[in-house]
Unconditional design. Structure first.
Length: 405
């Protein structure tokens, strides 16, 4: 074979076996964290400072060796990726995520004696680093393997289920579990308040966002003014907006008895909902406007040629075609509302942010985590579920266009 003809084949061969630098960096960082940072820490009680332990003390040499072996396998697969390397990397990453809570069970067995009734096990920096890096590995593998979001949803549910089962039955010494057991009624109440605030915010934002976007399309001269106002609201810090709403809402409640009867006041749910809705309008209006304008004029002309009236073209053609982008706007709005609702606890609106700020005031990180971790789980679930729906609608749209072609 001539050399000039063999060069493209050699390039293709080396491109196929080129190492995945992203995965290599992530796995090397996990190995460094595993052996360089404390995996867990143990405190005799809630007040006394905890003592950190490395991996060989926390998991024993068998546990440390198994974790190192799995990470070494990931290094080898990422260094020379072949045909089945990425599925193998996905399997090992999921296995590590599922084994992480069992590592905490093993650490509790090795480090806490039965007579230490008040002892608490805390998750160390190495564990958090591994959890974060493995999440990034899943994102990288999803992009490489072109996996649908539905697979990520199944993986997320499996990991959350494994962690929940371990926490419910075998991790009674974990500080986070002890904080939950001591405050489970307040936790469920805060979770309900947080979910209600997010649900109301997203519902009102969707209705107002779609209405504003349709008005902007109807009166194009108002487009710059509307987006300027929404952009301005987005730049105001959340605490500053809560403070700005406090005085006028308190004055309105004192001036009008019927507003006070409805529960309107300077603190609580009223300013929280107004601020959250104000922050959620920009992504909702922008995505709705872009979605409605992105529909091909040729498609609308074809609908007109079929005898459809303007209202039929809008509801039967434009809206179904714009629905995937609309769902993306709802996804962004929901994830943003889940995070911002935590700040509403500062003005008495309740929610999971209550545990965050109480934990910060008491220097109790386990209480902070009791508020932070459910917020992260809610945001991940909302992002994955709504993203999966948008992907399915987009694929269905492409399939129907292919059939028509």
């Amino acid at each position: 074979m001539p050399l000039i003809d063999a060069l493209p084949m050699r390039r293709e061969h080396w491109a196929r076996w080129r190492p995945n630098r992203v995965m290599l960096c992530l796995v090397v960082a996990m190995l460094a964290a595993l052996w360089g940072l404390d995996v867990v820490s143990v405190a005799p009680n809630r007040i006394v400072e905890s003592t950190g332990y490395p991996v060989w003390r926390a998991l024993g040499w068998p546990g440390a060796g198994l974790a190192t072996l799995l990470l070494a396998v990931m290094v080898g697969l990422a260094a020379r990726p072949g045909r089945y390397s990425y599925p193998a990397l996905l399997a090992v990453s999921c296995l590590l995520l599922l084994l992480l809570p069992f590592g905490l069970i093993l650490a509790s067995y090795w480090l806490i004696a039965p007579e230490m009734a008040q002892a608490r096990l805390n998750i160390g920096p190495a564990y958090w680093t591994l959890l974060f890096m493995l999440s990034l590995c899943l994102v990288e593998l999803r992009l490489r393997m072109h996996l649908a979001r539905g697979w990520m949803l199944l993986i997320l549910l499996a990991v959350l289920g494994a962690w929940w089962l371990c926490a419910a039955f075998w991790l009674e010494r974990l500080a986070l579990v002890q904080e939950f057991q001591a405050r489970h009624e307040a936790f469920y109440r805060a979770l309900g308040e947080h979910s209600a605030l997010v649900g109301i915010t997203v519902t009102v934002s969707v209705v107002l966002g779609i209405g504003i976007a349709m008005l902007i399309r109807r009166f194009s001269a108002s487009q710059k003014i509307a987006f300027a106002v929404l952009n301005f609201l987005q730049t105001v810090p959340s605490l500053a907006l809560f403070g700005l709403l406090l005085a006028p809402l308190a004055w309105l409640a004192a001036r009008f008895d019927w507003l006070a009867a409805l529960g309107v006041k300077g603190i609580g749910w009223t300013p929280a909902l107004i601020a959250l809705i104000a922050y959620s309008l920009l992504p909702m209006v922008r995505n709705t406007y872009v979605a409605l304008e992105a529909v091909s004029p040729a498609t609308l002309d074809a609908a007109s040629g079929m005898g459809m009236r303007p209202a039929q073209r809008f509801w039967q053609v434009r809206v179904p075609l714009a629905l995937p982008i609309l769902l993306e706007g709802i996804r962004i709005t929901t994830v943003q509302a889940v995070g911002l609702t935590a700040v509403a606890a500062l003005i008495g609106a309740g929610g999971l942010g209550t545990f965050i700020f109480q934990g910060l005031g008491q220097a109790a990180m386990s209480m902070v985590l009791l508020g932070v971790l459910p917020i992260i789980a809610m945001a991940l679930l909302a992002d994955t579920v709504l993203g999966t729906l948008a992907e399915k609608l987009r694929r269905g749209e492409h399939a129907s266009q292919g059939e028509r072609a």
